[in-house]
Design a protein around this ligand. Structure first.
Ligand SMILES: CC(C)(COP(=O)(O)OP(=O)(O)OC[C@H]1O[C@@H](n2cnc3c(N)ncnc32)[C@H](O)[C@@H]1OP(=O)(O)O)[C@@H](O)C(=O)NCCC(=O)NCCS
Length: 172
C-alpha cells in the first residue's frame, strides 16, 4: 500500500474532522483540532495527513505544550489526537504517521514529545512513562499511559514539572 504523509492543506480541514469523527465515533476530537488551529500552540507543519492517492485516510497532530514547575518552564510537544479511518486501521498507517511526525518534529528543533495513550502502542516508538523523567500529568491517569520521548538525547534530563495543555483539551 502506497501511503504518503504530508502536512495538511487548507482544503483538508473538513476531511480531517470527518476522519477523526469516524475513528473516534464522536465529534470531540475533530472539534478539538478545529479549536487548536486557532491557537499559537498549533504547528501547521505538524498536522499531518496520511494519503492513499488523493484520499486522506489518517491524521496526526502535534502541538506545543509547556512543562512547568515552580520556577521554570520548558517547551515540549503533545501528540494528540491521531486517527485512522476504521477500514484502514491495523495496517501500519498510524505507525507511519507517528514516525514521520517524530522525524519532522526533530528536524524543526523540538526536543521532546508527550503522549497520553495506550501503554502497549507508544512504547514501540520508544515512548516511556513520563514519571521516569519527573514529568507529571495534570489529569489523573495510569502512570504507564502518560509517556514521554526525547527527540534530542538527554533533553528531558533537566526537565521537571507538570504538563500544561491548551485549555481546549479539558473538554475532551
Ligand atoms: C490508534 C490508531 C490511530 C492507530 O492507527 P493504526 O493505523 O490502526 O495503527 P498501526 O496499524 O500502526 O498499529 C496497530 C496497532 O495499534 C493498536 N491499536 C489500535 N487502536 C488502538 C488504540 N485505540 N489504543 C491502543 N492501541 C491501538 C492495535 O491493536 C495494533 O496493535 P498490534 O500492532 O500490536 O496488533 C487507530 O487505530 C485509530 O484511529 N483508533 C481510533 C482513534 C484512537 O483511539 N486514537 C488514539 C488515541 S489519540
Amino acid at each position: 500500500m502506497n501511503i504518503q504523509i504530508r502536512p495538511e492543506h487548507k482544503n483538508d480541514i473538513s476531511t480531517i474532522s470527518m476522519i477523526n469523527d469516524m475513528a473516534f465515533g464522536q465529534e470531540a476530537e475533530g472539534n478539538l483540532i478545529v479549536k487548536l488551529r486557532k491557537k499559537k500552540s498549533f504547528i501547521k507543519d505538524l498536522s499531518l495527513v496520511a494519503c492513499m492517492g488523493n484520499e486522506i485516510i489518517g491524521h496526526i497532530l502535534f502541538s506545543k505544550i509547556t512543562i512547568k514547575n515552580d520556577t521554570e518552564e520548558f517547551e515540549s510537544l503533545a501528540l494528540a489526537p491521531m486517527s485512522v479511518i476504521p477500514e484502514f486501521q491495523g495496517l501500519g498507517i498510524g505507525s507511519q504517521l507517528i514516525k514521520k511526525g517524530l522525524e519532522k518534529a526533530a528536524k524543526l528543533g523540538y526536543e521532546s514529545v508527550i503522549v497520553l495513550g495506550h501503554e502497549n502502542y507508544y512504547p514501540r516508538f520508544n515512548f516511556t512513562p513520563a514519571s521516569r523523567f519527573q514529568i507529571s500529568c495534570p489529569f489523573e491517569v495510569p502512570d504507564a499511559s502518560f509517556m514521554a520521548l526525547e527527540l534530542k538525547k538527554e533533553s528531558l534530563g533537566s526537565v521537571s514539572g507538570c504538563v500544561i495543555y491548551p485549555n481546549e483539551f479539558n473538554n475532551l
